[in-house]
Design a protein around this ligand. Sequence first.
Ligand SMILES: [Zn+2]
Length: 63
Amino acid sequence: MRPRHDPRSHIILTAWLCPGCDVAGRSAPENEPECWNCGGPVVVTARPSVPAAEPAAGSPANS
Ligand SMILES: [Zn+2]
């Protein structure tokens, strides 16, 4: 599997589903996903790659 995104500008989130509450959410990759409703364990459904919220520090947006 080849990476299609620049890891510096994209992050991989953990998308999950709580079967008990029937709610879904996303967690940062460094965090253990847990349900925001019941705080219980969740089922990971996907790991979407999304653009990072902030540009890397020190790299100017325009040249
Ligand atoms: Zn839940």
